[in-house]
Design a protein around this ligand. Structure first.
Ligand code: NAD
Length: 374
């Protein structure tokens, strides 16, 4: 089977879907790996590294491929270069990329969406949402420490004692827990809050204090949070306001899958923070947990600096690509047998993440959206 690795075309995307280290695993399984020249450049992998690992550099990799690997949804022009019957593995954002999904369907491409891999134990090695959230969570804590013009750790010196920074983390999923762990390692005192009942124990296991509010918890299906009413949302903001006001650093990572991120912190709450405070909003890309945050920018709100996340995993392209590539290779192993593409679409994992196949949109929510616009 010929597996192509594309050069990402979206602005700001620095990651690559396969790193040279993982080429031998695919070659050993009997595949030819074709890499578009320059594909690894943003992640600091030179073409020569791919060649040395056993891949062929090929400008026509996409046309020749049985399977195309990418990070972002491929662009429509690339999709039109694919052979009928070829397959793609990438993030697909099918709800937003309806035109692309329609093209993939009409060209007869089988498209697998990494974000739709179910979060079951058997599929953990393919869970790209988790691997990229790990990178984002770490990055958020480091950005917060970097922007804050004071120490994170307690310092006891002959010249006196410097108290540690107080960091509050809102949302304690994969990214939030990693932000907590990183801020703790840097020595900050960390408090955190999440709407899910199980989160308090996870927060404490990272060495942080769990903020417990007098509010019902909100556990949804599959370990995710449920969307909350506007009334509960307002009450949560009111109860969190004193914690936010007392923080030197605030990191927000709360998302509800497939929806706009909830506003956890109003501009007034940020304006009540002390001079020099730092706010890091990982959810800025999907609407923002913090009112007034702007993706990709640092804005001043009151006396605080507010950093808005924009494609945060791409800010650490080396490790993000390495982890993503391992997720992709694990999925490729599930898609193939004896070196050929033989997907069992009844398999729970493939059934969940296969969006288009053989001229049909298999993913029901996307099919409904497409039928709604046609
Ligand atoms: P996410 O990125 O969807 O959301 C981040 C966090 O924000 C979640 O913990 C969520 O509860 C929280 N949140 C949402 N709305 C909030 C609000 N209004 N106020 C405060 N917090 C809010 O989540 P995620 O990181 O993808 O993980 C979600 C869950 O899935 C976690 O329980 C995680 O442990 C679980 N998970 C399971 C597996 C697996 O079983 N393989 C893998 C990864 C994650």
């Amino acid at each position: 089977m010929r597996i192509a690795v594309v050069r990402e075309t979206r602005e700001g995307e620095t990651r690559v879907a396969l790193v040279p280290d993982l080429v031998p695993a695919l070659v050993a399984a009997g595949h030819d790996v074709l890499v578009e020249p320059g594909a690894g450049r943003g992640a600091l992998h030179a073409d020569e590294e791919y060649a040395a690992a056993g891949a062929a550099l090929d400008e026509r990799a996409v046309e020749e491929a049985d399977l195309v690997l990418a990070v972002q949804p491929i662009d429509v022009a690339t999709a039109r270069r694919l052979r009928r019957g070829a397959a793609t593995v990438s993030f697909l954002a099918p709800g937003q990329e309806l035109a692309l999904v329609a093209d993939l369907r009409d060209i007869g491409v089988t498209a697998y969406a990494m974000e739709l891999v179910p979060r079951i134990s058997r599929a953990q090695s393919m869970d790209a949402l988790s691997s990229q959230s790990l990178v984002s969570g770490y990055r958020c804590a480091v950005v917060c420490a970097g922007l804050l013009r004071r120490f994170f750790p307690l310092n006891m010196t002959a010249a006196g004692t410097v108290p540690p920074a107080q960091v509050v983390v809102l949302g304690a999923g994969v990214a939030g827990l990693q932000a907590i762990a990183t801020a703790r390692r840097l020595g900050a005192v960390v408090k955190a809050y999440d709407v899910r009942a199980a989160a308090a124990e996870e927060i404490r296991s990272m060495g942080a204090q769990a903020i417990e509010l007098d509010l019902p918890t909100l556990d949804g299906a599959g370990g995710y949070a449920r969307e909350m009413s506007e009334e509960r949302s307002a009450l949560q903001r009111e109860l969190l306001a004193p914690y936010v006001a007392a923080a030197d650093g605030l990191i927000t990572t709360a998302a509800v899958p497939g929806r706009t991120a909830p506003v956890l912190v109003t501009a007034a709450m940020v304006e009540a923070m002390r001079p020099g405070s730092v706010v890091v909003d990982l959810a800025a890309d999907s609407g923002g947990n913090v009112e007034g945050s702007v993706p990709g920018e640092v804005v001043r709100l009151g006396r605080a600096q507010v950093w808005g996340g924009r494609n945060v995993p791409a800010q650490m392209p080396g490790p993000a690509s390495r982890l993503y590539a391992q997720n992709v290779v694990s999925l490729v192993q599930l898609l193939t047998a004896d070196g050929t593409l033989e997907p069992d679409l009844d398999d729970e994992v493939l059934d969940a993440c296969c969006v288009t196949h053989d001229g049909v949109v298999r993913h029901a929510p996307t099919r409904e959206l497409l039928e709604g616009v046609r």
